[in-house]
Ligand binder design. Structure first.
Ligand SMILES: C[S@@+](CC[C@H](N)C(=O)[O-])C[C@H]1O[C@@H](n2cnc3c(N)ncnc32)[C@H](O)[C@@H]1O
Length: 372
């Protein structure tokens, strides 16, 4: 396996048509069902009293009654009990999936965007602070807290972070980002958000708010997935309404996208974040990284690049299978029948195991500095 430092860029470009010089905001890409009306409500949107008391540091222990309040069971999985928009589980199985996914991202893009160590260097006159919006299992924010022990690290999610390995300079806050980030304005040197669009109603507004959350010179770092898969030509695969045809994993993803939009979340945010950040006058040095993840080890040959990406693809394939399981409550709640979902899942697993169809997940990372 090639080491990260020497290979990230070459790997990122090896399977990429587009790189940081791409000015497109991807807004011309397809949008499935963009007019689906949301049926979801966010409890926190109407009950602000439920918010955490940020910026007061929250210190809590998870009593069983607190735990019972934070989660609810749906279709055999534990989901957050705070927002009706985000409907993926928050249980151990899902946190394990996120941990494995994080390790895969570390191999492909590295842990941090290149400017982060400089931004967090100890300046001697302020305590540097990092915010992770939608931290999931907390792997990233805990790594930041450990790698930069002079910094203060804050993780926000709909459920409390429960790691027993929580570094002392890291704290967990339970909050719904959809309620706004005003209470954080001017407090952070780095704001990171990764793969949270399935729970965000107005992602553009969140980006604008992050520009206020950051201190001058601060770093915004956003990574999202547009909830479609691409073929060998890196173009999105679309389906006519009612289609039941391969590529099955791309078909399945189109149903997941519809269900996410149906809950009122901004499933297409990934296609616009580059434009939103570039057009915000407070940001400069905007960098776009397009990452093309093969979803099964279909690449042929033995050169080190192919071997590297086929190894990544095995992790991505397992991640997609676990993600499909995690999305059952979302799809069932969207009105799809269990039989239909089971049939799609069987076809998806067979297709992924055969690894004959070239399919890519397009991951979009944008980072930028706030002007001094
Ligand atoms: C797919 S996980 C990604 C977690 C982590 N960022 C990562 O990359 O591993 C999405 C996370 O965002 C959180 N999330 C989604 N919508 C949210 C919201 N409105 N407010 C706070 N957290 C949210 C979810 O609870 C979940 O933990």
């Amino acid at each position: 396996m090639p080491s990260h430092n020497s290979t990230v860029d070459s790997h990122m470009h090896a399977f990429s048509d587009v790189a940081s010089d791409c000015d497109s905001d991807h807004s011309t890409c397809m949008s499935l069902d963009s007019f689906t009306e949301s049926t979801a409500t966010s409890r926190t949107s109407v009950d602000v009293s439920m918010r955490s008391q940020s910026p007061t540091p929250s210190v809590f222990s998870m009593t069983s009654s607190l735990r019972a309040q934070a989660y609810k069971q749906e279709y055999g999985r534990d989901l957050n009990n705070y927002s009706d928009v985000y409907r993926l589980p928050a249980d151990e199985e899902e946190l394990d999936r996120l941990d494995r996914q994080y390790e895969m991202f570390c191999k492909v893009t590295g842990k941090y965007p290149p400017p982060l160590p400089d931004v967090l260097a100890d300046s001697g006159f302020e305590v540097k602070a990092v915010l992770d919006l939608g931290c999931g299992s907390g792997s990233w924010i805990m790594d930041v807290a450990r790698d930069f022990p002079h910094c203060s690290a804050v993780a926000v999610d709909l459920v409390p972070m429960q790691s027993i390995h929580m570094p002392p300079n890291c704290r967990s806050e339970v909050d719904d980002i959809n309620l706004g980030l005003e209470h954080f304005y001017g407090d952070f040197n780095v704001v990171h958000a990764q793969l949270i669009s399935a729970g965000i109603r107005d992602y553009h507004s969140m980006v604008d708010q992050i520009s206020h959350v950051l201190r001058p010179g601060g770093l915004i770092d956003i990574t999202e997935f547009p909830f479609y898969l691409c073929g060998a030509d890196k173009q999105p695969i679309t389906f006519p309404a009612g289609a039941f045809e391969p590529p099955w994993v791309a078909l399945w993803m189109s149903y997941a996208a519809r269900a996410i939009r149906g809950r009122g979340a901004d499933a297409d945010a990934a296609l616009h974040i580059h434009r939103w950040i570039s057009s915000n006058p407070t940001f400069e040095d905007v960098v776009l990284r397009d990452i093309w993840l093969p979803v099964a080890p279909f690449l042929e040959g033995n050169d080190p690049d192919v071997v590297f990406w086929n190894e990544v693809a095995v992790t991505v394939r397992d991640d997609v299978k676990a993600f499909i399981k995690s999305c059952r409550p979302l799809l069932l709640g969207h009105g799809l029948s269990q039989e239909f979902i089971d049939a799609m899942e069987r076809n998806v697993c067979q297709e992924l195991d055969e690894a004959k169809t070239p399919l890519y997940a397009h991951i979009i990372n944008v980072y930028a500095r706030k002007k001094q």
